[in-house]
Design a protein. Structure first.
Length: 412
C-alpha cells in the first residue's frame, strides 16, 4: 500500500503535468487563433457567367468597349466604338461590296436586361448635336437620362439623351480649342485648358448627383480636372485638380514610382464616382491613385494602387459594392489585367481577381466597371478585348489569396 506522503507527491506531480498540458494547449490555441486571425478579413466572392449577355442580332459585333453603367432598373448600358475599331475582316459584311456574311459594327449604345437580352440599341451622328470622334464613358442618371463623353482629338463636350436615344442636350463644343496645325499641315492639334469655364478637354466619364442636380465630369484626356456642372443648364459651377489645387496643364515628367506624388492629375483623369456618404472618388489613372474629395473640391485622402505600374497606369475605373454602407470599392486595372477589391473605409486592397487572356474571367484591357442592385459586377474591355463580362455575386468569404486568378464557375 502506497504511503500518504508518496501519494501526495504523485498527485502533486500529476497535477503539475495536467497544468503543463493545459498551458501548452492554451498556447497552441492562441497561436492558431493568431494565425487564423490574419486571414479573417472578408471580401466579396464572384463567379463569371460565360453565357451573359446573349449573342447580338444582325451579325453585330462589338468594337473597343469603353463604358458601362447599371441603371436603377438593373439595365446594363454599354458604349463601344463600333466599326471604328473593327478591322476589315471583322466588318466584312458592311463593306461595299460585302466580302463576308459576317460582321457589322453594332450601334454604339447597347443595353441589356438582367438575363442578357438586348433591350436598347442606338447612337452615332444625328441632328442637333455633335457625336464624339471617339465616344467614351456612359452614365444613366436617376431621371433616366443617358450621358456620354468623348476622348477624340476635338472632343470638348458631353451629350445627354433619353434611354431611347432622343437627343436632349449638348454641353460644351466640339473643336473649341484648336491649336496650330500639325507638321503635316492637315491634322489639327488641340490645346488643353483646365481652367476653361465653358468647354471640356476630352471628358472621360460623368456622374450625376441627383440631390444637387449636378454632373461631375472626369475632364479628362486633354484637361486635368474634375469639372462640376449644373445638370440642367450645363454651366460649369466649379472645378479642381489633384489635392484640390487649381489645375495646371504644364507638362509633367514621366511617371516614376520612387518620385513624390504629383501635385496635379495626369492625363487621363479617367473616372469620377460619388458614394452615398457624399465623397467624390477620382481615378488618376497614370498616377496609379484614387483621390477622394468633398463635393466642394476639398481633398480628403488618396490611395496608391500597383505603384510600380507605368505606361497606361493601374486605376482605370471604380464602382462601389451595393450594401448600404458601400463597404467595398472595385477598381478596374486594364494594364495589369485584373480587378482589385478594396475596403472603402481604408482604401486598402484586400484581394484581386483576373489575369490576362481572352477566356471568360480573364481580361484584355479591362476598362470600365459597374455593379447592379444584387451586387453582381460587370466589366468592359477596350483595345482588342472588345467585350462585356458579368461576374455573379456569391456572398462574402475569407480572403485567402492576394490574387484569385480567373473566377471560373465552380464544378457542379
Amino acid at each position: 500500500m502506497t504511503s500518504t506522503p508518496r501519494r501526495h507527491l504523485w498527485v502533486g506531480t500529476a497535477w503539475l503535468a495536467v497544468l503543463a498540458v493545459l498551458a501548452a494547449s492554451e498556447l497552441l490555441l492562441e497561436r492558431r487563433a493568431a494565425a487564423q486571425g490574419s486571414g479573417k478579413v472578408q471580401a466579396p466572392v464572384f463567379e463569371v457567367d460565360p453565357f451573359w449577355p446573349k449573342p447580338l442580332p444582325n451579325n453585330w459585333l462589338l468594337g473597343s468597349t469603353i463604358g458601362i453603367w447599371a441603371d436603377e432598373q438593373d439595365t446594363i448600358w454599354i458604349i463601344h466604338r463600333s466599326s471604328a475599331t473593327l478591322d476589315r475582316n471583322e466588318r466584312g459584311a458592311e463593306l461595299s461590296p460585302p466580302v463576308y456574311e459576317c460582321c457589322v459594327g453594332a450601334p454604339p449604345v447597347l443595353a441589356f436586361d438582367a438575363r442578357g437580352n438586348l433591350v436598347h440599341h442606338w447612337g452615332g451622328p444625328g441632328q442637333g448635336y455633335e457625336w464624339p470622334d471617339s465616344n467614351h464613358g456612359i452614365t444613366v442618371d436617376e431621371g433616366g437620362n443617358v450621358w456620354i463623353g468623348g476622348n477624340g482629338g476635338p472632343d470638348g463636350h458631353v451629350l445627354k439623351f433619353t434611354k431611347t436615344g432622343s437627343f436632349l442636350a449638348q454641353y460644351g463644343k466640339k473643336g473649341a480649342r484648336p491649336g496650330p496645325p500639325a507638321p503635316d499641315g492637315k491634322t489639327a492639334t488641340w490645346l488643353a485648358d483646365s481652367n476653361d469655364p465653358k468647354n471640356f478637354g476630352r471628358p472621360a466619364k460623368i456622374f450625376v448627383e441627383s440631390k444637387s442636380n449636378e454632373a461631375y465630369i472626369a475632364d479628362g484626356y486633354l484637361n486635368r480636372r474634375v469639372a462640376v456642372i449644373d445638370a440642367r443648364s450645363g454651366d460649369i459651377k466649379r472645378y479642381w485638380g489633384a489635392y484640390g489645387n487649381k489645375p495646371d496643364d504644364s507638362q509633367l515628367p514621366p511617371y516614376q514610382p520612387s518620385a513624390p506624388p504629383d501635385k496635379q492629375f495626369r492625363n487621363p483623369v479617367h473616372c469620377v464616382m460619388i458614394s452615398k456618404d457624399n465623397l467624390v472618388y477620382v481615378c488618376d489613372r497614370q498616377n496609379n491613385r484614387i483621390q477622394v474629395f468633398r463635393p466642394d473640391g476639398t481633398f480628403v485622402t488618396e490611395s496608391i494602387i500597383a505603384k510600380n505600374t507605368r505606361a497606361s497606369g493601374a486605376v482605370w475605373d471604380l464602382a462601389f459594392s451595393r450594401d448600404p454602407q458601400q463597404r467595398f470599392v472595385y477598381v478596374a486595372d486594364g494594364g495589369n489585367a485584373k480587378v482589385y477589391i478594396l475596403e472603402r473605409s481604408t482604401l486598402q486592397v484586400l484581394t484581386s481577381f483576373g489575369q490576362g487572356g481572352r477566356q471568360p474571367g480573364q481580361f484584355f484591357g479591362v476598362h470600365s466597371i459597374a455593379t447592379d442592385s444584387k451586387g453582381n459586377l460587370y466589366t468592359t474591355e477596350t483595345y482588342e478585348g472588345k467585350r462585356v463580362q458579368k461576374f455573379v455575386y456569391k456572398g462574402l468569404a475569407q480572403v485567402t489569396r492576394t490574387n484569385q486568378g480567373p473566377l471560373w464557375p465552380a464544378a457542379k
